[in-house]
Design a protein around this ligand. Structure first.
Ligand code: F3S
Length: 287
């Protein structure tokens, strides 16, 4: 133990979110029935979960050209309509594990596109979920996390839709949407703002923020590539010293020196096992 014992507390509502549980359950069942299956892109952005999947002969392909079998899994992040069409042309059987919250954003984008609206997505343009939503917007839109980029757009279309990547921080989306409305309201504009943030993420962020405000160290467990895990880190940082750990092995004991209240939280694709391992390690270091 490094100094006095610390109090250890978990944020509420940790473990896989509903969308990830559903996707993993479906892929495990299909892989067991067929002796393996291929997924387009990582099913979830968590290396430990993907290792477990690999043991069931789940193979990740990054391009449709690399598919060898007859079945393809769409990940929880979803894809655009052009990819689904190509899968059909290739004669692939599709197992669609797109999270219903992502689907809701896709439907909103499709409706905006059908009504002639230009769609701006508050999200990371390099994230597969955002690329998919942009596809449903009929490629009549853009995605950015940079308010300055939004402000710099000359001649914003009069019919404007504003959506968010499901895992973004709600307060930041509200600020982004306000800027879009202010910028558009200089001519006869019609702006539709759709709240497409996932309910699980909203609750997880709120419970994490509440715990971080009472802690002097926060450990966020999750994949380094996971967008929602990184957002939790960003939320905790102004409140407490914060580190992202993928597994218990990443914990550096010196972080705990002199700490009184240590909080832990986890991304939506972090397994219960990873959380239990970190919890156990922190208890060991506390004795
Ligand atoms: Fe879906 Fe939200 Fe999880 S969008 S995959 S329930 S983080």
């Amino acid at each position: 133990m490094l100094g006095m014992p610390y109090e250890l507390e978990k944020a509420s509502g940790l473990g896989f979110c509903f969308g990830v549980k559903r996707a993993i359950g479906t892929v495990e069942r299909v892989a067991q029935e067929r002796g393996g299956v291929e997924t387009l892109g990582a099913l979830v952005h968590n290396p430990q979960v993907m290792e477990r999947m690999a043991a069931l002969n789940v193979r990740v392909v990054s391009r449709l050209e690399d598919v060898k079998g007859k079945t393809i899994v769409i990940s929880s992040h979803g894809v655009g309509p052009a990819i689904i069409e190509r899968m059909g042309v290739m004669g692939l059987e599709i197992v669609d594990t797109t999270c219903p919250f992502v689907k809701r954003a896709q439907v909103a984008a499709r409706r905006l596109s059908e009504s002639g609206f230009y769609t701006i997505i508050y999200g990371d343009v390099n994230h597969p979920e955002v690329r998919g939503i942009l596809g449903w917007a009929g490629d009549n839109g853009l995605a950015t996390l940079d308010i300055e980029k939004l402000k710099a757009i000359v001649d914003l279309p009069r019919h404007l839709g504003v959506l968010s990547q499901t895992t973004q921080i709600p307060a930041h989306f509200i600020e982004f949407a306000k800027t879009a409305v202010e910028k558009a309201m200089v001519k006869d504009a019609e702006v539709r703002v759709v709240d497409t943030i996932c309910h699980d993420i909203r609750d997880r962020q709120a419970s994490t923020l509440e715990l971080a405000a009472r802690s002097d160290l926060m450990l966020v467990i999750g994949g380094r590539q996971s967008a929602n895990t990184r957002h939790l880190v960003g939320l905790c940082q102004p409140q407490a010293e914060t580190f992202l750990v993928e597994t218990a092995a990443d914990i550096v004991p010196i972080w705990l020196a002199g700490k009184k209240h240590v909080g832990i939280t986890a991304g939506a694709s972090t397994s219960d096992d990873a959380i239990a391992d970190v919890w156990q390690r922190l208890n060991q270091l506390n004795t």
